[in-house]
Design a protein around this ligand. Structure first.
Ligand SMILES: Nc1ncnc2c1ncn2[C@@H]1O[C@H](COP(=O)(O)OP(=O)(O)OP(=O)(O)O)[C@@H](O)[C@H]1O
Ligand SMILES: [Mg+2]
Length: 294
């Protein structure tokens, strides 16, 4: 039943792409930065599996690992990138050489230290890379950017340059305090992108809603910042098991509770009623905004 529906959506999106020279191609890719206050709350696992869930719904997805020095996405995704964005910026590798294609045609680009060190490259070098990557604005519907935890200026820049921010937290009080600290920095920096909450590792739906409601309430009350609850993910041993097998949850245990929750999040991203969102700026827009900030 679920599979039927997914296949129908894939078919629909293939048809709309084929129609009229590809209507779907006119909008640039939507850039989602996935972040958290506290580390280890489940960002990388969410990024990989959300990418697969979106791909199941007919979306073309590119993951960019912007967590410098950590190869989280590679481990969870079960793919290895020999080269990264730094090689591209230095001109020693081409885009096809740094892009890896994983399961379900989800593409993956390792940021290396390239995104952080953008300002060490000349305008010309950066522009050359943007020009190459711009091609992918027509080839990709979603770009999911996995960041490290915390409020470093690098992470904040990724958050501020995104079209949308997915803020991941767990119900733990420490994770919530750190999430609030991050939102506060975002508000003070006059961030414009909508922030959407994902509460990970909850015991049940009620806990997810309660945690999100609490955080949304303080953000509105003290920062005048509207947020939206995008979804919750149940605490599920299958998540850790999949990571240990280096095979994504959605492939290894597609019927797991957590997998179902992530599929629901993907559906809400695609079809859900959302608060007013900014137009997609695409990968080139993301780089442009990033460059303005550094
Ligand atoms: N829904 C879940 N249920 C059970 N365990 C989970 C769930 N989500 C994540 N985990 C566990 O949390 C651990 C950390 O997950 P992950 O690496 O995705 O977090 P992260 O936020 O990317 O961490 P970092 O901040 O270090 O990058 C994983 O090893 C996994 O076992
Ligand atoms: Mg991570």
């Amino acid at each position: 039943m679920m599979a039927d529906q997914a296949e129908r959506l894939r078919q629909l999106s293939r048809e709309s792409r084929a129609a009229g020279g590809g209507l779907a191609n006119r909008t640039p890719a939507r850039v989602l930065t996935i972040t958290s206050g506290k580390g280890g709350v489940g960002k990388s696992s969410l990024v990989v599996n959300l990418a697969l869930a979106l791909a199941n719904l007919g979306q073309r997805v590119l993951i960019i690992d912007a967590d410098i020095g950590m190869a989280n996405v590679e481990v969870i995704f079960g793919c290895t990138a020999d080269y990264n964005l730094s090689h591209l910026l230095k001109g020693s590798r081409t885009l096809p050489e740094v892009l890896v294609t994983g399961p379900r045609d989800v593409r993956f680009l390792s940021g290396g230290s390239g995104l952080r060190d953008l300002r060490e490259f000349s305008k010309l070098e950066v522009q050359r890379v943007i020009n190459q990557i711009m091609f992918y604005d027509q080839q990709v519907d979603y770009i999911l950017l996995d960041t490290g935890a915390g409020i470093s200026s690098t992470v904040l820049n990724f958050v501020l340059a995104a079209d949308e921010v997915l803020l991941v937290t767990t119900p733990e009080p420490t994770a919530l305090t750190d999430a609030y600290a991050l939102i506060k920095t975002f508000a003070y920096a006059e961030g414009q992108a909508p922030i959407r909450l994902v509460v990970n590792r909850v015991a049940d739906q009620e806990e997810g809603t309660a945690v999100a409601t609490k955080l949304m309430k303080v953000a509105r009350q003290f920062l005048d910042l509207p947020m939206e609850q995008l979804g919750y993910v149940l605490d599920d041993t299958a998540v850790g098991k999949a990571i240990r097998r280096q095979n994504p949850l959605l492939i290894q245990y597609p019927d797991a509770d957590a997998a179902r929750c992530i599929e629901a999040i993907a559906e809400r991203l695609l079809y859900g009623r959302t608060q007013q969102t900014m137009p997609s700026s695409g990968i080139s827009g993301f780089f442009r905004k990033l460059l303005q900030r550094i």
